[in-house]
Design a protein around this ligand. Structure first.
Ligand code: FAD
Length: 570
């Protein structure tokens, strides 16, 4: 079957992969193949239903990756969900459209990626976006939703906005009043997507406001363009590994795939192979192709093509917990999420002392992470990353936690997480077999600041529920409840509840980090894998640092920029 030849092969038809496929196939003389392990979910109600979050979990469109038993978090394995479908994880995610704090994107440049800063990324956020102005949707009257046109795109492929189930009964305004009544108020921020996230906000989602269905990467970037004759998509096809040219430099010749009928074949790429299989798959594909740590590869009989030991390292995720309260109002078939993003100064009563103590601990943190992976990532480099992260929190004032409040039936549900945990783990292959489960070890709660931030977020939520006018609308705390975690509990008292009830926040990143090679990077600022002439990674794997928003908006923007780089425009 060697007659299958394309200019570009994109591995993974997910959030990032379909952006790049769309943009490259705008060039009529360029042929593009997308290889996707899942199928079409265009008519899958578990995907399209805007109130259906979670319905797709543990179905055949959820990879449901398992972590190793988590040493610092109760010794149990966690499930990290990811979409297995055309559209990838954008077909099962929570549809939240929240970007990042400008200083965080600027930190990508600080760490050595020239040109990757907020100013240069904003046009790509806008390019991908088609904001649906709430003024055209009367059902949003009174809902409190808002946006600043300076920060949004209106003609991009990705529909962003609010659905017809958005609550408009005045709760948003009461939430705001509550935040203003806190001892340390959290100010109202009409638009958290302009690079400053601090405050209390209503945020938009990836929905089609007209049709009231989920907007995913396939609906935005593929289906309207599926008649392009130079753009092919192979569904139910597993990419096994990159194949290499017999040449002096390390040049990909194509991709070995297993088709839906179980036959294995090689597709030829005349220009590039572009990995977009997600942060828990792209590094494993690199390893299966001989790019990684020779000590790991040799264990499975894989010959090293490029000695790049940090492939799969630097894995960063967040930890998600919740508190639940009774509600005196019943909310059914309605949706609303209110977010608050306090800074360290707003969250910690003694922020300066907390910052000083953390700063003293950073060298030990760096040494601990390095030693956990056999010094594959270096203490010196990790200290440098941690100091950048410390500066973001304590100098630039990025949000230190995220708090979501969701009215749901007869209760108020909350979710919270430290936005930038310091703990770092890894993902590596466990076998030379291309579909074997990988060894995923995020090392949740390895470093104590991560627990401290998580505890402080829980305490903050308790304060919100004690503050008027909201206090009067909510009933008792049902989870964990004061019998399980007493009022005034300290970190130790909270630890048990938090560690036995958390889940992955499903935001794994950085496993093929964009950074200089000398400090452990896997891809350069053009997203090319070090040591290769024509292999790139364009998905969540390349983000060097966690972002305070949710990942998809940033991944769409990164992929838009990647496409311009590949086209030679940057
Ligand atoms: P993906 O979109 O996962 O794409 C990878 C694709 O590669 C998939 O289609 C996969 O099937 C395919 N693939 C993998 N391996 C192979 C192979 N060997 N061969 C062929 N194909 C392969 N972010 C937000 O911004 N807002 C949210 O509300 C939000 N909620 C979330 C809720 C959940 C449950 C989850 C899991 C994530 C959520 N996220 C959210 C995160 C966000 O959706 C993801 O970070 C993002 O979609 C990842 O994009 P990606 O391009 O890196 O990977």
């Amino acid at each position: 079957n060697s007659h299958h030849t394309y200019d570009y092969i994109i591995v993974g038809g997910g959030t990032s992969g379909l952006v790049v496929a769309n943009r490259l196939s705008e060039q009529k003389n360029t042929t593009v193949l997308v290889i996707e392990a899942g199928g079409s979910v265009y008519n899958n109600p578990n995907v399209t239903d805007t109130l259906g979050y979670g319905k797709a979990f543990d179905t055949d469109i959820d990879w449901a990756y398992k972590t190793t038993d988590q040493e610092y978090a109760g010794g149990i394995s966690q499930t990290v969900r990811a979409g297995k479908a055309l559209g990838g994880t954008s077909t099962i995610n929570g549809m939240v459209y929240l970007r990042a704090q400008a200083a965080q994107i600027n930190a990508w440049e600080t760490v050595g990626n020239k040109g990757w800063n907020w100013k240069n990324m904003l046009p790509y956020f806008k390019k991908s976006e088609q904001l649906q102005d709430p003024v055209h949707y009367p059902f949003l009257d009174g809902s409190g939703v808002a946006f600043d046109p300076a920060y949004h795109g209106f003609t991009g492929p990705l529909k962003v906005g609010w659905s017809s189930t958005q609550l408009n009964d005045g709760l948003a305004q009461k939430m705001n009043a509550t935040y203003q009544n806190l001892k340390v108020p959290v100010q109202y921020n009409p638009d958290p997507n302009g690079g400053d996230m601090i405050g209390y906000s209503l945020y938009p989602m990836t929905v089609d406001s007209e049709l009231n269905i989920r907007e995913d990467a396939a609906r935005a970037y593929y289906y309207p363009y599926s008649n392009r004759t130079n753009l092919h998509v192979w569904l139910h096809t597993n990419a096994n590994k990159i194949t290499w040219k017999d040449s002096h430099d390390i040049t990909a010749s194509g991709v070995e795939v297993t088709l839906s009928n179980s036959t294995t074949t090689v597709v030829t790429a005349t220009r590039e192979v572009i990995l977009a299989a997600g942060a828990l798959k792209s590094p494993v594909l690199l390893e299966l192709s001989g790019i990684g740590n020779p000590d790991i590869l040799s264990k499975y009989g894989i010959t090293t093509k490029v000695n790049l030991p940090t492939v799969g390292e630097n894995l960063q995720d967040q930890m998600n917990n919740g508190l639940q309260f009774d509600s005196k109002t019943s909310y059914s078939n309605k949706s609303a999420d209110y977010v608050s993003y306090p800074s360290a100064a707003q969250l910690f009563p003694n922020s300066t002392a907390v910052g000083a103590e953390l700063l003293r601990k950073l060298p030990a943190y760096a040494a601990q992470v390095a030693s956990a992976n056999g010094n594959i990532t270096k203490t010196r480099d990790l200290y440098h990353f941690f100091k950048i992260q410390w500066d973001l929190i304590f100098k630039y004032g990025i949000p230190v936690v995220e708090i979501l409040l969701e009215p749901s039936g007869a209760m108020y549900d909350t979710e919270y997480w430290g936005s930038v945990p310091f703990s770092r783990g890894s993902v590596h292959l466990s076998s030379a077999h291309p579909t074997a489960a990988a060894i995923i070890d995020p090392k949740y709660f390895m470093l104590d600041f991560d627990l401290h931030a998580q505890v402080q977020a829980a305490k903050f939520i308790r304060e919100v529920f004690k503050t008027e006018p909201f206090a009067d609308m909510a009933g008792a705390e049902t989870s964990p409840g004061l019998l399980t975690v007493a009022a005034g509990a300290d970190d130790n008292d909270w630890a048990d509840f938090i560690k036995s009830n958390f889940r992955s926040n499903f935001h794994p990143i950085s496993t093929a980090a964009m950074m200089p090679k000398e400090i452990g990077g896997v891809v350069d600022p053009s997203l090319k894998v070090y040591g290769t002439s024509n292999v790139r990674v364009v998905d969540a794997s390349v983000l060097p640092f966690q972002v305070c928003g949710h990942l998809q908006s940033t991944i769409y923007a990164v992929a838009e920029r990647a496409a311009d780089i590949i086209k030679g425009r940057l």
